[in-house]
Design a protein around this ligand. Structure first.
Ligand code: COA
Ligand code: AMP
Length: 630
C-alpha cells in the first residue's frame, strides 16, 4: 500500500480515529464527547461537546508558543504602493482591540456581522475579531452590487456592518460606502452600526448616529480576550451562487473547520509553520476565507495579502515579483490568472527577471484547469503544478494531489485523486454507481469530513433539498465527471445553472431573473459559453414582448447596465441576442442545457420531450450570428 492509500483508507474506515488524531493540531479548552455525532443524518456534527476558539488557534497560541515576532500577514498592495508586515504579536493585538470595538457595539457570541471590504488586512482583522467573540461573520465580495449586498443583509441580519471607504481595482478607484448606503436603503433589516475604515484615496461620508470611524473606535478601545465557543457553533456564513437569485448561505462551524484547514496546510499544500503561503484570491471568496486567512494562520504560516491583479499592476511580472520579494513557497490562484499572464507575456520574459528559488509549487483551483495552461505554467516555473477541485460548500479540497502525503504523477485534465476524508463516487441519474470512465454525477458519500458545510444558514430544508435529496446518503456536488481505472477523478463541469467566470462563481439563473425584469423582455435564457480568458462568460437569448420594436442595441445596453447594477460588474454580462422563440419541453421548461451545448460546440441529444425541434435550427443561427460556437 502506498502512503497515500494508507492515509486515505484510514480516513474512510476509521474516520473518528483519523480526525481525532488530526485534532491534536488544535488547542481545545475542552475536548469532545464524541468525534462524530451521526444521530441525525444528513446533519453530521464533528467534535461534539468540544470547546475552543478559532481566533485563539490562529493567533494567540502562536504568540504564546514563541511565534510573536514572525510575520503573520504580508500586505502587498501595488495599487497603493504599500508593503506592510504584520507580525503575529501585532495581528493578535489589532484583532483583540477590534473585537473590543465590536463588543462595545453590543456584538456577542452568536450575533452576525457583515464584512464588505477590499483586500486589506483590516478585512482579516474584522473576520478574526468576530471569531474571537464567537460572532458569525459573513464576508461579501466587493465586486457584488448593492442589490446583492442587500439580499445578504436581509438574510444574515447583521448587528453590525464593517466596510471600507473604497478600493482600487486595477487602475480605478471604487467607492464602497455609497454601495453600502444604497444596500441599506434597499434592505428591510438595518444593522445597528456601520464601522468604516477610511482609506487615504477616498473618504466616506459617515451617517450621524449609525456610522463609526474604524480608527477613532480603535483608538479608544481596550483589547478583549477570546470567548470559548462550541466546536459545533457557527464561525461564518458565506453566500454562494446557486441556481436562482437567492444565494445559498453556506454555514461553517468552528471546530471541524480549524481541524480540517490545519491538517490540509501540511497534507494538501505541504507547507508548515514559518513557511510563506500566498493565495492570490480575495477574502470575499471561499479561497480567501480558507487560504488567505484561516488555513495559513491556523498553521502558523505567513500569509501574503495581495491587493492587485496578475496583470496591469503594473505588468505581467507582478506575481513573480511578489514571490521573489517575500520568499513565497506555495502560490494558490485560479487558472484565469495564468491565462491572463500568458496572454500578455506568452514567452514568460517577465519571469526571468526574478529569483524564484524559494518557490516550490503552484496550486490552481476555482475552475477547470485546461491542459494548455497546465503545460505553460509548468514549463515556465519548472515546479509541480497542482490542480485541485473543491467548492464553497466543502471549504477545502475534495480532490487533489496531496503533496504533503505523497505526490502522484499527473494526468492533465484531472486534479488527481480524492483527498483523505472524501469518499468520491460517480452515480447515474437514478443513483446507480457507475464504473471506471463512465461519466455521471460526482457525489460524496456521507458523512462529509470536518470543515465542510454544516448546513445552510437558517435553512436546513434548503440544505437537504439542494445537496442531500437527489441521492440518498450522498452529498451532490452538482459537478459532472468520471473516475478512471487508476482512481483519477476528472471533473467536467457544472450540471446546473452555476458558471465560473474568471474563477468567480455566479448564477446564470440570477442573471436571468434580472434580464427578464426588463420591461421589454417577454422571456429569456442566460447560459455560460466558453471564453479563452475567463473560462466562461454568460450570454442571453432574448424574446421581446410582442409589439416592442425598439432598436435591440439599446435594449442590450440596458440589460448590461441592469446586470451590473443588480448583480455586479464581476458577472461580466455583455452579450445578448434576439430570438423569436426559445426551445422548450412540452411542459414548457426552457432547454438551456441544449442551447449551452450548441453554443459550446458540444454534442447533444435531441431531447425527447422537445416541443418543436425546428426551433433548434433557429437557435443555431442566432448563436452563429454571435460567433458561437467559437
Ligand atoms: N470590487 C469591485 N469591483 C470588482 C472587484 C472588486 N473586488 N473585482 C472585480 N471587479 C470588477 C472589475 O473592476 C471589472 O469591472 P469593469 O467591467 O467595470 O471593468 C469586473 O468586475 C470584472 O472583473 P474581472 O473579472 O476581475 O476582470 P478584469 O478584466 O478586471 O481582470 C483577470 C481579468 C483575469 C485579470 C481577473 O479576473 C483575475 O485576476 N482573475 C483571477 C481571479 C481569481 O483569483 N479568482 C479567485 C478564485 S480562486
Ligand atoms: P466555488 O464554490 O466558487 O469554489 O466554485 C465551485 C465550482 O468551481 C465547482 O463546483 C466546480 O464546478 C468549479 N471548480 C473548482 N475547482 C475546480 C477544478 N480544479 N476543476 C474543475 N472545476 C473546478
Amino acid at each position: 500500500m502506498t502512503k497515500y492509500e494508507e492515509v486515505f483508507q484510514k480516513s474512510l474506515k476509521q474516520p473518528e480515529i483519523f480526525w481525532a488524531e488530526a485534532a491534536e493540531g488544535i488547542s481545545w479548552y475542552k475536548k469532545w464527547d464524541r468525534v462524530l455525532d451521526d444521530d441525525n443524518p444528513p446533519f453530521y456534527r464533528w467534535f461534539e461537546g468540544a470547546e475552543m476558539n478559532t481566533c485563539y488557534n490562529a493567533l494567540d497560541r502562536h504568540v504564546e508558543n514563541g511565534r510573536g515576532d514572525q510575520s503573520a500577514i504580508i500586505y502587498d498592495s501595488p495599487v497603493t504602493d504599500t508593503i506592510q508586515i504584520i507580525t503575529y504579536n501585532q495581528l493578535r493585538d489589532k484583532v483583540a482591540v477590534f473585537a473590543g470595538v465590536l463588543q462595545a457595539q453590543g456584538v456577542v457570541k452568536g450575533d452576525t456581522v457583515i464584512i464588505y471590504m477590499p483586500m486589506i488586512p483590516e478585512a482579516a482583522v474584522a473576520m478574526l475579531a468576530c471569531a474571537r467573540l464567537g460572532a458569525i461573520h459573513s464576508v461579501v465580495f466587493g465586486g457584488f452590487a448593492a442589490h446583492e449586498l442587500a439580499i445578504r443583509v436581509d438574510h444574515a441580519q447583521p448587528k453590525v456592518i464593517v466596510t471600507a471607504s473604497g478600493a482600487i481595482e486595477g487602475g480605478k478607484i471604487l467607492a464602497y460606502k455609497p454601495l453600502v448606503d444604497k444596500a441599506l436603503d434597499m434592505a428591510d433589516h438595518q444593522p445597528q452600526k456601520c464601522i468604516v475604515f477610511q482609506r487615504f484615496f477616498v473618504t466616506a461620508e459617515l451617517q450621524e448616529g449609525r456610522d463609526l470611524d474604524w480608527q477613532q473606535e480603535v483608538d479608544r478601545t481596550a483589547p478583549v480576550d477570546c470567548v470559548p465557543v462550541k466546536a459545533t457553533d457557527p464561525l461564518y456564513i458565506l453566500y454562494t451562487s446557486g441556481t436562482t437569485g437567492m444565494p445559498k448561505g453556506v454555514m461553517r462551524d468552528n471546530g471541524g473547520h480549524a481541524v480540517a484547514l490545519h491538517w490540509s496546510m501540511k497534507n494538501v499544500y505541504n507547507v508548515d509553520a514559518g513557511d510563506v503561503f500566498w493565495s492570490a484570491s480575495d477574502v470575499g471568496w471561499v479561497v480567501g476565507h480558507s487560504y488567505i486567512v484561516y488555513g495559513p494562520l491556523l498553521r502558523g504560516c505567513t500569509s501574503v495579502f495581495y491587493e492587485g491583479k496578475p496583470i496591469g499592476t503594473p505588468d505581467p511580472g507582478a506575481f513573480w515579483r511578489v514571490i521573489s520579494q517575500h520568499g513565497v513557497k506555495v502560490l494558490f490562484t485560479a487558472p484565469t490568472a495564468f491565462r491572463a499572464i500568458k496572454k500578455e507575456d506568452p514567452d514568460g520574459q517577465y519571469c526571468k527577471k526574478y529569483d524564484l528559488s524559494s518557490f516550490e509549487a503552484l496550486y490552481l483551483a476555482g475552475e477547470r484547469l485546461d491542459p494548455d495552461t497546465y503545460h505553460w505554467a509548468g514549463d515556465l516555473l519548472k515546479c509541480p503544478v497542482i490542480d485541485h477541485w473543491w467548492q464553497t460548500e466543502t471549504g477545502w479540497a475534495i480532490v487533489a494531489n496531496c503533496r504533503g502525503i505523497e505526490q502522484f504523477s499527473v494526468k492533465p485534465g484531472s486534479p488527481t485523486k480524492a483527498v483523505p476524508g472524501y469518499d468520491v463516487r460517480i452515480l447515474d441519474e437514478h443513483g446507480k454507481e457507475l464504473g471506471p470512465n463512465e461519466e455521471g454525477n460526482v457525489v460524496i458519500k456521507l458523512p462529509l469530513p470536518p470543515g465542510t458545510l454544516a448546513s445552510l444558514w437558517r435553512d436546513d430544508e434548503k440544505f437537504i433539498k439542494s445537496y442531500m435529496s437527489n441521492f440518498q446518503g450522498y452529498y451532490e456536488t452538482s459537478d459532472g465527471g468520471y473516475i478512471d481505472e487508476d482512481g483519477y477523478v476528472f471533473v467536467m463541469g457544472r450540471m446546473d445553472d452555476v458558471i465560473n467566470i474568471a474563477g468567480h462563481r455566479l448564477s446564470t439563473g440570477a442573471m436571468e431573473e434580472v434580464v427578464s425584469n426588463h420591461s421589454d423582455v417577454a422571456e429569456c435564457a442566460v447560459f455560460g459559453t466558453h471564453d479563452q480568458l475567463k473560462g466562461e462568460i454568460p450570454v442571453g437569448l432574448i424574446v421581446l414582448k410582442s409589439g416592442v420594436n425598439r432598436d435591440f442595441e439599446e435594449v442590450k445596453k440596458e440589460l448590461v447596465q441592469m446586470v451590473r447594477e443588480q448583480i455586479g460588474p464581476i458577472a461580466c454580462y455583455r452579450e445578448s441576442a434576439l430570438t423569436a422563440r426559445l426551445p422548450k419541453t412540452r411542459s414548457g421548461k426552457i432547454l438551456r442545457g441544449t442551447m449551452r451545448s450548441i453554443a459550446n460546440g458540444k454534442e447533444y441529444r435531441m431531447p425527447s420531450t422537445i416541443d418543436d425541434p425546428a426551433i433548434l435550427d433557429e437557435i443555431k443561427e442566432v448563436l452563429s450570428g454571435m460567433g458561437l460556437p467559437k
